[in-house]
Design a protein around this ligand. Sequence first.
Ligand code: MG
Length: 320
Amino acid sequence: MPNSESEMIRTIRERAKRKRGSVALGIGDDCAVLRPRAGEELVVTTDLSLEGTHFLLDRHEPRSVGHRCLARGLSDVAAMGARPLAAFLSLAATTETPQRWIDEFLSGFLALADRYDTTLAGGDISQSRSGIIADVMVIGSAKRGRAILRSTARANDIIYVTGTLGGSAATLERLLAGKEPERRAWSQRHFYPEPRVRVGDFLAKRKLAHAMIDCSDGLSVDLAHICEESGVGAIVNRDLVPIAPGAPFAQALHGGEDYELIFTASPKARIPVELEGVPITEIGWITREQGRKSGVYLTDLRTPPQPLEPRGWQHFRNKP
Ligand SMILES: [Mg+2]
């Protein structure tokens, strides 16, 4: 049984340490007051996390659920090349949700917020009749006109991806099969994904990327979004895709929730091969024509490129 609403708000307020700077007023009033720096504009993203759809109570520890909720929003902000400022959390728990679950959820949420200087600046608490619902809004800021969009990839751009792909999906598959995944580094990409905030910021500051998206639904789907929005095609060299250890190739292509960044840059841009320990890998190039279907093609450089069907993230639709 959770604590009363007012008690919960008081606890959250105490735990959500306010940062100086862009959050002029945090929890406690009717609205938060944000004060972006002169010459900056705000980017805003919201993400729902639903019990049974995005997490399973018996497989995900509450700390991980809180972490993943916020990671999704931070990753979206990173994908715009923006810097996170504030998060807003609306949480609905059931009468059966133990207070301990909520406390641990907040621990995961706030630990990640702290690492990326993001203030929990407001939200709402309510009771849910059907499972836990967490709605997270993250607000970030970017220099005016400098947010990196999906729609600005250019022909001949090189396509890059951060980190490795498929680790989250591979872990999830083991979870759903009832096999407790071993506590290996790559299974942490599922439970505690690290949003690539610093890479996004680095690329934006140096104007290195033409187009960017975060890999939340899977490479085949997210790269297709860039192609669609930019009106271009993409060819991915299958030998270059960085596959997470323990993940099959198909999951590196289609598995979701890795929260890596996919971006395109001019062939002349000097993209580092690693940034703060995060590898950045060239995986293909952008073509002028979108061609048929999603615009994404896969090649091994020995045979003609084949269309790569966008087969994305199904969450727990295939839950046994
Ligand atoms: Mg996204």
